[in-house]
Design a protein around this ligand. Structure first.
Ligand SMILES: [Zn+2]
Length: 240
């Protein structure tokens, strides 16, 4: 496996995932580097992760987890976090999801869209959760939808002109990464952003590895060691 340096010729990024904490399992360390170098990054979450804490009912968990996401985002220099308010755990791939993401893309007009893998399995062999698969694939499709004025035509009536300016789509946690970023320098910010999810981490119980240990595993994988001590890798689709 030979990875190329992640492209740098873009100024604004939108990260689209299903739940609070999805970006904090590694991607936030890359985000920290981007914001530190003056790029603008915002987050879009399909849900508020309200089904993610076994001991807390969704109506309590939704605002708590949304706040933890904002706190985690702030740790890596991101001050805009939006939520689409699909229902956690039962997000379906389909036109409503594609349209919601495409609408947001037209509003914020990013040059880079980051999402996470929609494969059935993660690189380590773990099963990828259903919402992740729905949102990752819908985000990829919404990139095209956002750029085509004849898809979701009603958006034109809302003044949302097509945005075809996304130059790159990056898919984190892909089994087929193409590009890398050495995130050794921003590793601690990445840890802080996952640690910001206090209630969620607590809810995982004492047997679950703590944030630093988890991120050491995720960003310190043996096969990426040639590229740095801590490495974030993604599959990049070049749309230029
Ligand atoms: Zn998730």
């Amino acid at each position: 496996m030979t990875l190329a340096e992640f492209p740098d010729d873009w100024q604004s990024a939108l990260c689209v995932v299903a739940h609070p904490d999805d970006l904090e399992y590694g991607t936030a360390a890359a985000v920290a580097g981007w914001t530190a170098s003056g790029k603008s990054v915002s987050y879009l979450l399909a849900t508020r992760g309200e089904a993610g804490i076994d001991g807390m009912p969704p109506e309590e968990a939704a605002p708590a987890r949304a706040q933890e996401e904002r706190d985690g985002a702030a740790e890596v220099g991101v001050d805009r976090v939006d939520f689409l308010d699909f229902t956690d755990g039962v997000v379906e791939y389909g036109l409503p999801l594609r349209k919601a993401i495409a609408t947001h893309i037209r509003r914020v007009r990013p040059e880079l869209l980051v999402t996470a893998t929609f494969e059935e399995f993660f690189p380590g062999g773990f099963v990828n959760q259903a919402d992740h698969r729905a949102v990752g694939l819908a985000a990829l499709d919404a990139v095209a939808d956002a750029g085509n004025r004849w898809i979701f035509r009603e958006l034109l009536d809302e003044g949302l002109e097509p945005w075809a300016g996304i130059r790159y789509v990056a898919i984190a946690a892909s089994t087929q990464p193409t590009h890398f970023i050495d995130v050794t320098a921003t590793f601690e910010a990445g840890v802080a952003s996952l640690e910001a999810h206090h209630l969620y981490n607590e809810g995982l119980g004492p047997d679950f590895p703590p944030p630093r240990e988890l991120l050491n595993q995720i960003l310190g994988m043996e096969h990426l060691r040639d590229y740095g001590e801590k490495v974030w890798a993604a599959q990049v689709i070049d749309r230029r």
